[in-house]
Design a protein. Structure first.
Lengths: 389, 254
């Protein structure tokens, strides 16, 4: 009874969040494009892009929640999937520059000309086509997650060991992307974009569309994640988190369950990265930094893991705080982040949404118990009832 | 092994022959041989470290034996299979510590255990059918948890968690149930009820119970196998086994 109530409330919460995101996707671009800059309600373009960035982070946190909150896999390398999605988008944007680069080479991006390369490396082919690049946004992170997960989950690497190797994975990728001869622009990364699908990436209209797409994509992935977690598969996921061996002895292939979830989550992270890059205008190997992936864990923990909506709230709040602090008191930000993490761990172990949920559930339980006392008198042991045939 | 049998029913459900396994030089099982007949209820006793849990680990695929044969239904070599395969073949296992999904309701626990397709996509698009609903209701009645079906498993008492786990095993529709210390931590009344429940269950499938509680084993009134130091010390009725001088010296007398 109680659970079905909670579940129903959760479903309502998902619908509510989707509605809020849809409203944001309409209202913010509308105020940016339609209202005059003097209006009090006008959202300047830089603020819109900043909020768009938060939405991408929120999608990344949602992706992490799917594997960490529901399946118990604490990935400290989700930034890698985000960055790979971002690079796929960045490569498309680089190819769109064409002969407008500093060196004016119609085929090669500037950094390749600078490195004296004569032809396009094989893995840059196809990225001039938008559809191919968008495919790679999900395929590349998905493939990495598949290969990584295939080995890790099959050999039953669990807990802190798994976290450490995910961290090593993103660190190794960072080091390789820093190298010039990897062919991804070295430590400068990919930047100086001009156009996306023929629209200037600087134009307010393009920015507004990118913002709206970020909000809508977040809503879409939220619904998908909710559908996954509310299915029987989602219940198995939670089972894997809480009692993995029980799931195994019930006959489920735990490694396949984890692999599927990890790949879906990596693809979501890739989409987040792809939406992030045109809004901030650059992707560089710094996005692979281990600290970035750990920050995602902080957002998720602050918002409440295993709640889907919590990580979205956490990502927006923490990043909003970061923007405020780094502007107003730049030297204090790291202390604030540290204090936040300690504070949440000590006082809100379930995060913001998790705490609100358990308060509501407790209140309902009290009410339900009052109603049940009358009928509750049959708490005996099982006896000669017909055993299962 | 002779695979050609005239009978349609297999002669033995589970057959262990000369199974040995050692961990860091310690011989947990030492040439253990042991047969479970179809429809049999068997109790296993023995001192700590006798290899009872290791034996279950080997049968369910958690541990691989160093030597020896483990054969299910006279045909299937269990040493080549993993936990999920073995569970799907029809061997269910109850752990020593009650292991249920605490953050799921009693109902969801049983729904997950139900013997249905367990693939990723089959579970993603699973819908509860009327047949499955009836089956879950039936199991709820058997384990006497019908009135708590919508509560979280975490809120159950220790004894109720044990029964829920047994219910989950029933939902799996196993041919063989391995039950590790089902009455540990139960009250006397719960213990007696559990004996009745297991006897009922054994009417339609084989059950192997590992237990320390001699009173409980007497209640079951079945063939008893006493393990010590990784092999079978004695086998027979509870009175026969408990009067065996070796058993008294190794286990009961201590």
């Amino acid at each position: 009874m109680i659970t079905s109530f909670i579940l129903r409330a959760l479903e309502g919460r998902i619908v509510m969040t989707v509605a809020v995101l849809a409203a944001v996707a309409l209202a913010i671009p509308a105020s940016n494009l339609l209202l005059s800059p003097d209006s009090a309600l006008h959202v300047p373009t830089y603020a819109m892009s900043l909020m768009g960035k938060y939405l991408c982070y929120a999608l990344l946190a949602l992706a992490l929640d799917l594997v960490w909150g529901y399946c118990g896999i604490l990935s400290l390398g989700h930034g890698a999937f985000f960055a790979l999605g971002g690079y796929a988008m960045g490569m498309y944007l680089m190819r769109q520059i064409g002969s407008r680069g500093v060196y004016g080479n119609p085929l090669l991006p500037d950094f390749m000309v600078f490195l004296n390369w004569k032809e396009l490396p094989w893995f840059w082919h196809g990225f001039d086509m938008f559809w191919f690049a968008m495919l790679m946004v999900v395929v590349v992170p998905g493939l990495l997650a598949f290969v990584f997960g295939w080995f890790a989950f099959r050999s039953r690497v669990n807990g802190v060991y798994l976290s450490i190797i995910t961290q090593a994975m993103t660190y190794a990728l960072m080091l390789s992307f820093f190298r010039n001869d990897m062919g991804f622009g070295g430590n400068n990364g990919l930047t100086d974009y001009k156009e996306i699908l023929g629209f200037s990436v600087q134009a307010d209209g393009t920015r507004a569309v990118l913002f709206a797409l970020s909000a809508l994509m977040l809503a879409l992935c939220l619904v998908l994640a909710s559908a996954i977690t509310r299915s029987k598969f989602g219940k198995v996921l939670v089972g894997v988190r809480d009692a993995e061996s029980r799931v195994r002895f019930l006959g489920f292939r735990v490694e396949n369950i984890k692999l599927f979830t990890f790949v879906v989550s990596a693809m979501m992270a890739g989409i987040a990265g792809a939406l992030f890059v045109p809004q901030v205008g650059i992707i560089n190997p710094g996005e692979f930094a281990p600290a970035n992936s750990i920050e995602v864990v902080v957002w998720t923990a602050v918002g409440g893991r295993g709640t889907l909506i919590g990580p979205i709230i956490g990502a927006v709040l923490v990043n909003g705080g970061k923007s405020f602090f780094t502007g107003a008191f730049p030297e204090l930000w790291l202390y604030a982040l540290g204090a936040l993490f300690i504070g949440v761990t000590l006082f809100l172990p379930k995060g913001i949404v998790g705490t609100v949920q358990s308060v509501l559930a407790a209140r309902r339980a009290v009410k339900a118990a009052a109603g049940r006392d009358a009928s509750e008198n049959d708490d005996r042991a099982p006896s000669q009832v017909q055993a299962a045939e | 092994m002779n695979l050609v049998r005239s009978e349609t029913r297999p002669k033995s459900l589970l057959y262990l022959d000369g199974v040995s396994v050692s961990f860091d030089g310690f011989k947990a099982l030492n040439s253990l041989s042991f047969v479970v007949e179809p429809g049999e209820l068997r109790a296993i006793i023995g001192p700590n470290g006798a290899g009872k849990t290791t034996m279950m680990d080997i049968i369910t695929g958690k541990t691989r034996p160093d030597t020896g044969q483990v054969v299910f239904e006279d045909l299937i070599d269990l040493t080549k299979k993993d936990e999920a395969d073995i569970a799907q073949l029809g061997i269910g296992r109850k752990f020593q510590k009650p292991t249920v999904f605490e953050s799921h309701t009693v109902w969801d626990n049983l729904e997950l255990a139900l013997n249905r397709k367990r693939g990723v996509f089959a579970t993603l698009f699973y819908r509860l059918t009327a047949e499955d609903r009836d089956r879950i209701e039936e199991i709820l009645a058997t384990i006497r948890l019908s009135h708590r079906r919508d509560e979280l498993a975490a809120s159950l008492s220790h004894g109720q968690k044990q029964w829920l786990e047994i219910g989950m095993l029933l939902a799996q529709e196993p041919k063989l149930l391995l039950v590790d210390e089902p009455v540990a931590g139960m009250t006397d009344a719960e213990t007696a009820e559990t004996a009745i429940l297991l006897k009922e269950i054994a009417k339609s499938r084989s059950v192997v119970v590992v237990e320390h509680d001699m009173g409980f084993i007497r209640d079951l009134g079945v063939k008893v196998t006493c393990l010590a130091e990784g092999s079978v010390l004695a086998e027979g009725s509870i009175d026969f086994v408990s009067n065996d001088p070796k058993v008294i010296e190794n286990y009961l007398g201590r």
